[in-house]
Ligand binder design. Structure first.
Ligand code: F0G
Length: 448
């Protein structure tokens, strides 16, 4: 294996700041146990003078790396040589301006955009991260990998693993995963282990499993995965004619996306490739609102990397004492111990961010609106529009600001939530099927 000297791994704890080369699969700092970042020696990388210089790749789409929505930005995640880079055509996603959804969220016409990450090959944003992480795994010649998942990670890992020829094991909480996602993991050939527990239990177990068996871990603890997820922001900027929006709104689960987005904007600003950093709103579900509680009530902040660990420890000790397990219809974000909490705090600091929680009712209503007027999404993704609506009511977001909501997963991921909503006549925007006798006149009477 040859590694580039352009990239290295670095502990996010400023008191430690230990550095490691990229030839190791670490996932936590071996010195202090904190999260690791991928970092770059930018002077050794041929970074374009302006982002629009990358447009030349559009003309070269027959090269899979130039076609990939991840690798066409490869100078900004330059941790491995091209020969290791993995792509299955991820990142061909649409930024849609949507006035009908804007009206629902009380945003001025022309100002709301929906970023459809459900259009990725496995149907969620995870593919951006997996393209990068599996490239790292290939560079390290790994043969076996694992993840814990609320569903989408397992689907994406399974798809990339079978593409790359790695053995793949996924750990999911029994009864905690939407059927679309479970069907993908099985169909793509993953060994699927259902644990009698929730995602947080799976996350704990998978780290020990990977350590014990030397498996490559594909959860968002993996710093290279987050490098791939930075490209979602590059593509939004690209689709806005290389301009940044005023707000990015993203659902918060294990907090990998929000962490990656903050890092993306920080680096682009450092490199002089953008003039300003947008604000970010991270939206939890009320049944899984650790971040919201810690930030808004316990006043937890990044504090230049000196995060108050005691506040976090006390919070988790209380969850344990109460035997708390998160619950929301947005099963993708049903997480109460988000592994990227500290990186997310850093991102909130970088992006002058806010955090809110929305109810399941608000989520499913927003989802119905995105379905009726847009291309649809899974419940967790709709938390963005529900959150935006509340942020407008609070006056935090103004009606004429340009807002991008990241719709993280495809509507077919979780048909149960959709069908149950529309069959329930009590739901605000339900559209139930109507049963009729097998009779032409009766059918015509209904349609007329
Ligand atoms: N939206 C969807 C559709 C997801 O699947 C997830 C996370 C999130 C949002 C939250 O993203 O973790 O970056 O804050 N799903 C993970 C999984 C946990 O296992 O599929 P995050």
């Amino acid at each position: 294996m040859s590694i580039t000297d352009a990239a290295f791994q670095k502990c996010i704890n400023p008191d430690c700041a230990a550095q490691f080369d990229c030839a190791q699969a670490l996932f936590k700092c071996p010195k202090c146990g904190e999260l690791l970042d991928a970092q770059y020696n930018w002077e050794k990388i041929n970074v374009p003078d302006k982002l629009s210089d990358l447009e030349k790749r559009w003309a070269n789409r027959n090269n899979p790396l130039d076609f990939s929505g991840v690798w066409r930005f490869r100078e900004l995640l330059n941790f491995c040589e091209d020969k290791y880079k993995v792509t299955i055509g991820e990142g061909q996603t649409i930024l849609q301006q949507n006035d009908a959804v804007a009206k629902y969220a009380d945003i001025k016409q022309g100002c709301l955009y929906l970023q459809y990450e459900g259009l990725n090959p496995s149907g969620s944003f995870k593919d951006n991260g997996m393209a990068a992480a599996f490239s790292h795994a290939k560079m390290l010649a790994m043969s076996s990998c694992a993840c814990a998942s609320t569903g989408n990670t397992s689907a994406s890992v399974a798809l990339y693993a079978h593409h790359c020829g790695l053995k793949c094991t996924v750990l999911i909480g029994s009864g905690r995963i939407a059927f679309g996602k479970l069907s993908q993991a099985m169909d793509y050939g993953a060994q699927t282990i259902q644990i009698l527990g929730d995602f947080d239990d799976c996350m704990r177990q998978v780290q020990d499993v990977c350590n014990e068996l030397g498996l490559y871990l594909l959860n968002s603890l993996n710093p290279f995965r987050l490098e791939g997820q930075k490209t979602i922001m590059y593509r939004i900027i690209e689709q806005l004619g290389w301009d940044v929006p005023d707000w990015i709104i993203v659902p918060g689960g294990n907090l990998g996306n929000s962490s990656a987005f903050g890092k993306a904007f920080y680096e682009l600003k450092q490199l002089g490739l953008i003039k300003r950093i947008p604000r970010m709103a991270v939206i939890n579900a009320t049944g899984a609102d650790t971040l919201t509680d810690l930030v808004n009530n316990k006043k937890l902040t990044w504090n230049n990397g000196k995060v108050n660990q005691k506040v976090i420890d006390d919070y988790y000790a209380d969850l344990t004492a109460r035997n708390f397990s998160p619950r929301t219809c947005a099963s993708a974000i049903e997480i109460s111990r988000p592994v990227n909490l500290k990186k997310c705090l850093r991102a909130l600091d970088i992006c002058n961010g806010v955090v809110r929680a929305v109810t399941d009712e608000e989520i499913v209503d927003a989802k119905a609106i995105i379905g009726k007027f847009g291309l649809g999404c899974e419940p967790a993704s709709a938390a963005t529009i529900a959150g935006l609506r509340n942020l407008r009511a609070e006056g935090i977001v103004t009606a004429d600001q340009r807002v991008v909501c990241v719709l993280t997963g495809h509507p077919l991921k979780d048909p149960d939530v959709t069908v149950n909503y529309h069959k329930d006549k009590q739901c605000q925007f339900s559209n139930p099927p109507i049963e009729v006798p097998n009779d032409l006149d009766e059918i015509i009477k209904l349609i007329r």
